[in-house]
Design a protein around this ligand. Structure first.
Ligand code: MN
Length: 147
């Protein structure tokens, strides 16, 4: 890959494919994924750009690897652990290991964010009925979650 990858239009980059977020499933809506840095050269992390369309959401999941996220377009609401909060452009979001998380765009604008992640990582886990019930015991969580 080139040392310099130009932006071709807002949130699109030369030669970087806009991919589906995940292969199949109904547990997310309106999400695309672009891998900006693949790792390599001794760098053991990837940098991805995700964009959630207005009204859309990412999957509710957790895993052993962590995420470091920066919101770079629009805004939305985020669940990390049992907390739901608004996130706006240039905010940072930390997702620790084994912590339930979900991102939702507002109804009026997309939510775009950079997400740094280990190259070698475990497969996300989806909540079972018991985990979902525990999350939904908090009213703010219950209102937020999309599964
Ligand atoms: Mn995740």
């Amino acid at each position: 890959m080139s040392d310099h990858v130009r932006q071709t239009e807002p949130f699109r980059w030369d030669g970087i494919e806009v991919r589906p977020y995940k292969a199949v499933g109904s547990h997310f809506a309106g999400v695309t994924r672009q891998v900006l840095f693949e790792g390599g050269d001794g760098l053991a992390c990837q940098l991805r750009y995700f964009e959630i369309a207005p009204g859309g959401w990412s999957s509710l999941e957790r895993h052993h690897h962590a995420h470091a996220v920066m919101i770079v377009r629009g805004g939305g609401r985020v669940l990390v652990g049992s907390r739901v909060f608004d996130a706006v452009i240039n905010d940072l979001v930390r997702v620790p290991a084994l912590t339930w998380h979900q991102f939702r765009a507002t109804d009026s604008a997309p939510l775009g964010f950079l997400c740094m992640v280990d190259c070698e990582r475990d497969v996300p886990e989806r909540p079972d009925a018991a985990a979902l019930a525990a999350l939904r015991s908090d009213p703010a969580c219950a209102a937020f979650l999309r599964v």
